[in-house]
Design a protein around this ligand. Structure first.
Ligand SMILES: Cc1ncc(COP(=O)(O)O)c(C=O)c1O
Length: 420
C-alpha cells in the first residue's frame, strides 16, 4: 500500500489506541473493568426518554421512512437547526439564526474541519498553528492535522493545590501569547481529561485575547452547557461572532448517533457545510431527527433531561469515584484534579517511580483499562515530568467496575511507589 503521510499519522494515533481499547472492551471482553474510554453512562431515565421518542417517531406516519430515506442538506437537518437556533439564542443570550448553525457527524468531524481551516499554510506563505492554551487537553485533537508539521502548539497551566489531595489547573496568562503564527485557539470546557472548567473570568480574558489577536476562539462544549450540562460548578455558556462553540449529542447518551453541532458566524458555517458536502455529502439524519423531538417548545424536554437526570447522575458518580479513590490510594501521594465537569477523574501521582504509561500497561494486564496521561499534551514542547505522572479514569463506568478498577489502581500505585 502507498505509504502516505496521512496513513502513517493515522496508524500511530493515540485516539486509535483509545477507541480500540474502548470498542474492544465494550464489544468483546466481559471481564474488563473499562475505566478508559469516553463513553457516556447508560442512565436508565435517559434511555427511557430516547426509547419513547423513537417509538413516537415510529408511530408518527412516515416520519421513520423520511428519516432513513432522505439525505439532509450538507448544513444539516432543517427542523433540528431551526429548533437549535431558538434554544441556543436563549441559552447563549445572542440572536442566532439558522445561518449560525451547522451539523456534523460527531463533533470530532467538526474539529477536523475547523483545525484544517485555520491551520496550515495560509495565502502569503505563513504556516499557522492551533493554540491549545491549557494542556492537558483532549487526546482527539492531536491527530487532526496530518498534513501540517507541528500543527499544534500548547501552553502549560499553573497548578494550584486546593487542599491535601485536590489540585486545579489555571490558565497561565503570564506565559500565554497569541503570536502571528496562530490561526485559532481551542479549549475544551469542561476539559477532557482533567475535569477542569475554566472560570467565566478566565474565558472572558481568553475571548478578549483572541479577539485582539484577530483569531477565533473555539470552545469545545462536548460536556458543557447548555447541553449535556455535565458541569458541577458555575460555567455560564456564551458566544460571540469571534467564537466557535462546538456541541455534541454524544455525552447526552447518543454517541452512536454521531451528531455534532457548530455555532459560529455565517462564513464559518458555510465552510463546515462545504466540508460536509465534500467528505460526507450530508450529516446523518438519525441523531437530528430524534433530538429535534426533544427540542420542541424551546427545548423544554432536553433541558429537563439534563437538569433532572444527566447533571445529577454524573455529579454523584464523580463524588463516589473520589471517595473510592481516597480509600484505595491510602498511603499513596495521589492528587486528584478538582472534578468540575465531564466524566473523568484526572489522577496525578507526584514523583511516581514508573510512568503513567507503565501504570496503564500494568493495569491493562490485570484487565483494568485507564488512559495514560502522556497522550493529553498535544503540541506541548519541552520536558515536563508532570505529564508522565498522570492517568485518566472515567466514572461513567458501571458501579461494580468502578469499585474493582479503582481498587486495582490503588494497589498498583502502592506497589509502584514501594519499589522505589
Ligand atoms: C472534549 C471532547 N471533544 C469532542 C469529542 C468528540 O465527541 P463526538 O465526536 O462524539 O461529538 C469528545 C469525545 O470524547 C471529547 O471528549
Amino acid at each position: 500500500m502507498h505509504d502516505s503521510e496521512f496513513g502513517r499519522a493515522a496508524r500511530d494515533s493515540g485516539i486509535l489506541r483509545l477507541m480500540d481499547d474502548l470498542g474492544g472492551a465494550i464489544n468483546r471482553d466481559a471481564g474488563v473493568q473499562m475505566l478508559g474510554g469516553g463513553n457516556p453512562a447508560a442512565i436508565p431515565a435517559v434511555e427511557k426518554v430516547f426509547r419513547a421518542e423513537m417509538e413516537a417517531m415510529l408511530a408518527d406516519g412516515r416520519a421513520f421512512e423520511r428519516m432513513v430515506g432522505n439525505y439532509d442538506s450538507p448544513q444539516g437537518n432543517d427542523a433540528f437547526i431551526e429548533a437549535l437556533a431558538e434554544l441556543l439564542s436563549g441559552a447563549l443570550g445572542q440572536p442566532l439564526t439558522r445561518d449560525n448553525i451547522a451539523v456534523t457527524n460527531g463533533s470530532q468531524a467538526a474539529f477536523g474541519a475547523l483545525f484544517n481551516m485555520f491551520a496550515g499554510r495560509a495565502r502569503g506563505g505563513k504556516v499557522k498553528k492551533i493554540l491549545l492554551p491549557m494542556t492537558p487537553e483532549y487526546i482527539g485533537y492531536a491527530d487532526l492535522l496530518p498534513g501540517v508539521r507541528h500543527g499544534f502548539t500548547a501552553a502549560r497551566p499553573r497548578i494550584e493545590e486546593l487542599d491535601d489531595w485536590r489540585f486545579k489547573y489555571r490558565l497561565d496568562f503570564e506565559r500565554l501569547r497569541i503570536g502571528d503564527d496562530i490561526g485559532a485557539v481551542c479549549i475544551s470546557r469542561p476539559t477532557n481529561p482533567s475535569g477542569n472548567v475554566i472560570t467565566d473570568d478566565e474565558l472572558a480574558r481568553l475571548r478578549r485575547m483572541a479577539r485582539e489577536a484577530g483569531v477565533p476562539l473555539i470552545v469545545d462544549g462536548a460536556y458543557g452547557p447548555p447541553f449535556p450540562g455535565i458541569v458541577f460548578t458555575r460555567a455560564t455558556p456564551c458566544w460571540d461572532e469571534n467564537m466557535i462553540l462546538c456541541l455534541s449529542l454524544s455525552k447526552l447518551g447518543m454517541p452512536g448517533a454521531r451528531t455534532g453541532i457548530v455555532v459560529a458566524r455565517p462564513e464559518i458555517i458555510a465552510h463546515i457545510t462545504e466540508s460536509n458536502a465534500i467528505f460526507t455529502l450530508a450529516p446523518g439524519r438519525f441523531g437530528p431527527s430524534l433530538a429535534a423531538r426533544l427540542l420542541a417548545n424551546g427545548g423544554e424536554k432536553l433541558t429537563a433531561l439534563c437538569a433532572q437526570h444527566i447533571t445529577p447522575y454524573y455529579r454523584e458518580r464523580s463524588r463516589r469515584a473520589g471517595e473510592l479513590l481516597r480509600e484505595a490510594a491510602h498511603g499513596v501521594p495521589l492528587r486528584v484534579h478538582a472534578s468540575e465537569g465531564a466524566i473523568f477523574l484526572w489522577l496525578w501521582f507526584p514523583g511516581m517511580p514508573i510512568s503513567g504509561d507503565a501504570l496503564y500497561r500494568r493495569l491493562k494486564r490485570r484487565g483494568v483499562l485507564v488512559v495514560a496521561g502522556e497522550h493529553f499534551f498535544p503540541g506541548l514542547k519541552g520536558a515536563w515530568r508532570h505529564r508522565e505522572e498522570c492517568i485518566r479514569v472515567t466514572f461513567a463506568a458501571e458501579a461494580a467496575q468502578l469499585e474493582r478498577g479503582i481498587a486495582a489502581i490503588g494497589e498498583e500505585a502502592r506497589r509502584a511507589y514501594a519499589a522505589r
